[in-house]
Design a protein around this ligand. Structure first.
Ligand code: DX5
Ligand code: ZN
Length: 219
């Protein structure tokens, strides 16, 4: 799969003007908007919840790619779907019944994604591929932006891509953490096609150019 889709992570944006940040990403050519939800339990950090997503929803047409880093995610699927999520990704490590959580997401009319922490093997996603739209291979430990890309996740990206190609070649494989124009190409070659970038996009002076550079379209 040759596509490169860019999902800027608003975790790195200015939370006092989230609406403007979302509009900026859309104007700059982003493909979706990555919204990191942290509960202070599954990960140490706390970010935002459904009311913030609901108020952001009318500001942009970008699909909302909601990354739940919360324990027992099935409890909150309905609230995030009702708030305007298009795709809901949860961590397999956060639940003892990933299949039920996927079903709850699909019942709400959203696409489902399954996220793997760095220590979780590709095999953890395989039983669910037929219902998923996306597998998220974390390339940092979840919890904080601004960390370094873990190149040792590349074999896992390749393994997930191989498995997905056998089931659904159109499956998204997302990578999240430390993505820059320098780290993206190796992840892309390994089979990833949706790239979350927080610090790189929001620290850039020119957001459009940052997104073009991620796509390899600008030097
Ligand atoms: C980390 C989050 C990421 C993070 C990426 O737990 O899931 O989405 O915001 O940020 P950067 O691009 O700064 O690594
Ligand atoms: Zn994320």
């Amino acid at each position: 799969m040759n596509r490169i889709l860019i999902s800027p992570s608003i975790l790195a944006s200015d939370f006092s003007k989230l609406g403007e940040e979302a509009v900026k990403c859309e104007a700059a050519g982003a493909d979706m908007l990555h919204i990191d939800v942290m509960d202070g339990h599954f990960v140490p950090n706390i970010t935002l919840g459904p009311p913030v997503i609901r108020s952001l929803r009318p500001r942009t047409k970008l699909p909302f790619d909601v990354h739940l880093m919360i324990s027992d995610p099935i409890r909150c699927v309905g609230a995030f779907a009702d708030a305007g999520a298009d795709m809901i990704t949860f961590h397999t490590e956060a639940t003892n019944d990933p299949g039920a959580c996927i079903d709850a997401i699909l019942q709400k009319g959203c696409k489902a994604g399954l996220a793997l922490k760095p220590a979780t093997p590709a095999e953890a996603a395989l039983p669910y591929l037929d219902k998923l739209s996306m597998v998220l291979v974390m390339t940092v430990e979840p919890g904080f932006g601004g960390q370094r890309f873990m190149a040792d996740m590349l074999p896992k990206i390749r393994a997930v891509r191989r498995a997905c190609d056998a089931v659904d070649p159109d499956m998204y494989i997302q990578v999240d953490g430390g993505i820059t124009p320098e780290t993206l190409p190796a992840a892309h070659t390994a089979g990833a096609d949706v790239f979350v970038a927080g610090s790189y996009v929001f620290r850039a002076e020119d957001t459009s150019r940052a997104i073009r550079r991620l796509r390899g379209e600008d030097a």
